[in-house]
Design a binder for this molecule. Structure first.
Ligand code: NDP
Length: 318
């Protein structure tokens, strides 16, 4: 594994991190979840990303990960970076979502209970709340760090202007913002185009990109139809109708390029994300341990020539 410095901080994150958004709810068997986490850690993936609402049902991914920590990793806590977030709907009523101090702190306390931990390494505001003063949300992150319930503060899905403002507030409070977590992959490049990378980089933050495989669309999985059991057949967030003929045509062209580089498409997609200088880590998901092995193989052929990058761009903009 390669470990990259997170912005200007002292924290090194693995170039590939594992997220528990899918496949860790009560819908999946515990042994499968444990095998995924175990294989990731064996391969040097020290960073595990959660959120209050991961499941289904919401909270169950944190429950499952807490159980795995107790069963397998009790002796390894200091070798792991565990993050969680709050921002999306978690419980009913006026205090169960967005960015108030009430919600952010109550949710962190709930997450720590589910995880069975005294602290998380990174606590994120999961989304920008336009109705709450940013000073309040950032103040809650600062409080989480000062009270020892989190070691670092992060933001996710924040637009560029809010990123700069959040960074400035946190800096003033004395808890620098460690990291930004946007969605970024070959098919979805908004953070690069809309200035989020630039804002994060200029604010001394690291960047960890979620869905580097576009939920599986940037793998060989959907080249010849939609396999049973794939995320597009079960997921609420990736719909079958997103696997369109024009998409498959693009993905086939990208797959041929990956083959020419002697790597899988998943590996090329991850290497492409990591080729951006602002990016600290690619935050993957996995439904089985073999997918993690495939992902880690990306680090073997991680460089791109200018010609290859131009070729990829041509395919993507066709
Ligand atoms: P990816 O884009 O990496 O998609 C992962 C999925 O792709 C897997 O579950 C699997 O789906 C498929 N896949 C993975 N590897 C392979 C492979 N080698 N060959 C074929 N198929 C493969 O990431 P996710 O969308 O899962 O997101 C990753 C993490 O990012 C989340 O767990 C979460 O921690 C974070 N995240 C954060 C968000 C935020 O708002 N901050 C929002 C979304 C995610 P299949 O089930 O089909 O096998």
């Amino acid at each position: 594994m390669l470990y990259n410095r997170t912005g200007n901080s002292g924290l090194l994150l693995p170039a590939i991190s594992l997220g528990l958004w899918h496949n860790f709810g009560t819908t999946h068997v515990h042994e499968g979840k444990r095998a995924i986490v175990r294989r990731a850690f064996e391969l040097g993936i020290t960073h595990f990303d959660l959120a209050n609402n991961y499941g289904p049902p919401p909270g169950s991914a944190e429950d499952a990960f807490g159980q795995i920590l107790r069963e397998e990793f009790a002796a390894h806590r200091d070798e792991m970076i565990i993050s969680t977030k709050a921002g999306y709907h978690m419980w009913d009523g006026p205090y169960g979502e967005w960015g108030s101090r009430k919600y952010m702190i109550a949710s962190l306390n709930q997450s720590l209970k589910r995880l069975g931990l005294d602290y998380v390494d990174v606590y994120y505001s999961h989304r920008f709340d336009p109705s709450t003063p940013l000073e309040e949300t950032m103040g809650a992150l600062d409080f989480a760090v000062r009270s020892g319930k989190a070691l670092y503060a992060g933001i996710s899905n924040y637009p560029a202007a809010a990123t700069r403002k959040a960074a400035a507030i946190l800096k003033k409070l004395g808890t620098p913002c460690l990291i930004h977590q946007p969605r970024f992959n070959m098919l979805q490049q908004e953070p690069l185009k809309e200035g989020v990378f630039k804002a994060a980089h200029e604010s001394a933050m690291g960047v960890i990109c979620f869905s580097p495989l576009a939920q599986g669309m940037l793998t060989s999985k959907y080249l010849n139809g939609i396999p049973e059991g794939s995320r597009a057949t079960v997921g609420q967030f990736l719909k079958k109708d997103q696997i369109t003929a024009p998409l498959v045509k693009k993905v086939k062209a990208l797959n041929a390029m990956a083959e020419a580089r002697a790597q899988t498409l998943a590996q090329m997609a991850i290497a492409w994300v990591l080729s951006h200088k602002e990016v600290t880590s690619a935050l993957i998901g996995a439904s089985r341990p073999e997918q993690i092995e495939d992902a880690v193989g990306a680090l073997k052929t991680s460089k791109f020539s200018k010609v290859e990058l131009a070729q990829i761009n041509r395919v993507l903009t066709q």
